[in-house]
Design a protein around this ligand. Structure first.
Ligand SMILES: [Zn+2]
Length: 732
């Protein structure tokens, strides 16, 4: 961690030229240049800060809150860095910046200063939270042009605070006023950095400033639709990315000019991790709402680590109740808080708790949060990961989510959240790999150079529709050198900006050519053809369900494949529900040896269908595909009951195998009401070359583990997992 963090460079080469609609699309989407402008050695504190807290103040806090409550809690929870509300929409210190509205009940106090002083006394690092998304009535009266506008040009009142206005992310509020605020805070308090909440605006703005700037950059009018294939929308996506980079650079330079190594960290990171490397990224995933599997916090960790590499990433969770409607002043149940935080910790997040309102209305969150952080602190050395040992990765295709049909551009400023098209296929394969207990990571389509992907043996491409010619070449080289691909659906059928190709970009690897795509199919089935490792476990199943979207393809050869199609037929009236053709030789999977590697291609959305139906036959196919492609033992295997999310890490002098118990009726939709211990499990671990095992402990149970060596692997008994057990292996 320290090594990697210290040697990586902060890159600020933004290439902000004039933007022409078509040219910009091409020029901006292929660039991977890093421009080194500073050494990150001065940011060692960020590498070392394992536990964070955040207190977001309210206007009524200053005379009513108890600072000592917080200092005591920071001590008990071993917090090393804290994020405190400073300013932007509302100031919590006696600001002198014109129109920077002081908190209603601030009076003559300096709440920010008091808190910083106390935190400094505890040797904590301090990051100031700024929020630029709203402004006061007075600011609006003086600068009506700072307001964001709707498509018909009307200024936007704040949707929740009737006396405030929504600000435009491309105008004076962001580019003149906020730099003045950031400069003043840095001068007065010298924080280590800034954390920007809602830093990228509140959706698209159609004010005069935006219209003028967009026209100057692209020669186009602002779009009103959301179709990424519409040229104005495509240009807007890229222009918005440019504007956020400009904003980031301005804010970052502003604070760094006052204090060396001070930085601005946008919540969730920038959309393009290649233009800016952040010293740390906090990902705001406050809690579960709706149908959300518990592993989702771990998925966020994997997605952001995919481009942050070994730099620190923080999983920010809120102690309140998070739903579409938010109840900020009540609190989430303890078991859910623990489960959500630990699901992220197991996959490499450092924990960061967030409390809105400095006053405590309901203290029931304090005990469970303290338990999470005390445990994390007690086992600190096993949380300082230097490498993840998984050999399988799912490719996160940001580009497919942004540019292909069915994809809707993700919100600006959210560097990892994918559009539904990408997320559904991805979540299907994710769930399958969790159920299969195959340790895996995520890779990022913005970083597919060999130094990023060659550590994996298998790359899974769940409907990764948009791939550039260059990316296809990278994948081809990966396979020729011995890498393995598992791909589904329309993978590689579009280029990097969503233009449909006549054929798959990876047709040579798949072993077939594209003919057409059909969606919404009913009563479509597959016939398993034995023997083949892909259909192992389906010996008693003469027919299994296919997917709802299928691709007609033209095979390159007549090689027998282990799945063939029973074509779709009507689902009504019942008298008509029978197949026209019971048996065909149409292959619905292509399992091939290519170069020194292997490729499995499913011409259907089997992963997305699995996410919808969760059928076990699909689970077997998705799992077998990865096992056949891998063709060597997984570094970590687990036997035992039910659902466990696993990961396998290396630290400086130890190994840590994580198991999160997801056997709970509230696994798919929170909140967890109670912990339901499960076990026993047997964990088998491959050891790094030359590694000698010292002691082996179970961190949750607090016991010495029962172990044996079997064929060079370390086999560990885990009698019972309450929530999150860690097999900690000391290396001698
Ligand atoms: Zn605007």
């Amino acid at each position: 961690m320290d090594q990697d963090g210290a040697t990586r460079r902060q890159a600020l080469g933004l290439g902000l030229g004039a933007l022409a609609a078509a040219g910009a699309v091409e020029a901006l989407s292929g660039g991977h240049a890093f421009a080194a402008v500073g050494d990150m050695a001065g940011l060692a504190w960020a590498n070392n800060a394992m536990r964070w807290a955040q207190v977001a103040f309210t206007e009524e806090d200053p005379p009513r809150y108890d600072p000592n409550f917080w200092f005591d809690l920071f001590k008990k929870t071993h917090i090393e860095a804290v994020t405190l509300s400073a300013g932007g929409d509302i100031a919590f210190y006696p600001t002198k910046v014109p129109l920077h509205k002081r908190a209603r009940d601030l009076g003559d106090r300096d709440m920010l200063g008091e808190m910083i002083k106390g935190c400094r006394a505890l040797q904590m690092s301090v990051v100031c939270r700024v929020d630029p998304h709203a402004m006061s009535e007075e600011a609006y009266a003086t600068h009506p042009e700072w307001a964001a506008c709707t498509a018909d040009g009307k200024p936007r009142r704040h949707w929740a605070a009737a006396d405030m206005w929504v600000t435009c992310q491309n105008g004076g509020f962001y580019f003149d006023f906020m730099p003045a605020v950031l400069k003043e805070i840095t001068q007065l308090y010298g924080p280590e950095g800034f954390f920007g909440n809602r830093w990228a605006g509140s959706g698209m703005c159609w004010c005069a400033t935006c219209r003028t700037k967009f026209r100057a950059a692209t020669g186009l009018e602002l779009p009103t639709g959301n179709d990424p294939q519409e040229p104005r929308r495509a240009a807007y996506i890229l222009w918005d990315r440019q504007m956020r980079s400009q904003q980031f650079k301005l804010w970052n330079d502003t604070v760094a000019a006052v204090k060396k190594d001070c930085f601005f960290s946008p919540n969730g990171g920038l959309n393009d991790p290649n233009t800016v490397v952040h010293p740390l990224v906090a990902v705001d995933r406050q809690g579960r709402s709706g149908t959300t599997p518990l592993w989702m916090m771990g998925k966020y960790a994997k997605q952001v680590r995919a481009y942050m590499q070994n730099l620190p990433v923080y999983g920010l969770f809120n102690v309140g109740i998070e739903d579409t409607n938010r109840w900020k002043d009540s609190v989430q149940r303890g078991p859910e808080l623990e489960a959500w935080a630990h699901a992220g910790i197991a996959q490499g997040f450092r924990p960061w708790y967030c409390k809105f309102n400095a006053r405590i209305f309901d203290p029931r969150w304090v005990a469970p949060v303290t338990r999470i952080f005390e445990w994390h602190h007690a086992h600190d050395k096993y949380m300082r990961n230097t490498a993840n040992l998984a050999k399988v990765a799912i490719l996160n295709s940001y580009q497919s989510g942004t540019f292909t049909a069915g994809g809707v551009a993700p919100e600006a400023g959210d560097g990892i959240r994918a559009a539904a098209r990408v997320a559904d296929a991805q979540n299907g394969y994710y769930q399958a790999l969790v159920e299969a207990r195959i340790p895996f990571e995520m890779a990022d389509d913005r970083q597919m150079e060999p130094q990023h992907i060659s550590r994996y043996r298998v790359l899974v491409l769940p409907d990764v529709a948009a791939l550039s010619d260059a990316q296809c070449r990278q994948l081809r080289a990966f396979v020729m050198a011995g890498g393995r691909l598992v791909a589904t659906g329309e993978t590689s059928l579009y280029d990097e900006v969503g233009k449909k190709r006549a054929n798959f970009g990876l047709a040579d690897l798949f072993g077939c050519d594209y003919v057409k795509t059909e969606s919404g199919l009913k009563n479509s089935y597959l016939t398993p053809r034995h023997p083949h490792p892909l259909v192992r476990g389906l010996e008693n199943a003469p027919r299994i369900i296919a997917a709802t979207q299928q691709l007609t393809v033209r095979p390159h050869d007549t090689q027998r494949q282990p799945l063939t199609l029973v074509p779709a037929y009507p689902d009504l009236p019942m008298e008509r529900v029978f197949p026209d053709q019971e048996d065909t030789s149409i292959p619905m999977v292509f399992c091939r040896e290519v170069g020194r590697g292997r490729v499995v291609y499913f011409p259907m959305d089997i992963d997305r269908t699995f996410w919808e139906v969760l059928h076990e036959d699909h689970l077997l196919l998705l799992k077998n595909a990865v096992l056949w492609a891998m063709d060597e033992p997984q570094p970590m295997t687990v036997t035992g009951p039910g659902l466990v999310d696993i990961s396998y890490w290396r630290q400086k002098n130890s190994l840590a195998a994580h198991l999160v118990n997801m056997n709970n009726p509230m696994f798919m939709k929170g909140p967890y009401r109670e912990m339901l211990p499960a076990g026993p499990y047997t964990v088998s671990l491959a050891l790094p070359d030359g590694a000698k095992v010292g002691g082996v402990k179970l961190l949750e149970s607090g016991t010495v583990a029962k172990t044996k060596m079997v064929s060079g692997r370390l086999v560990v008994e885990v009698p019972r997992i309450r929530l999150h057990e860690v097999v900690a292996v000391e290396l001698a």
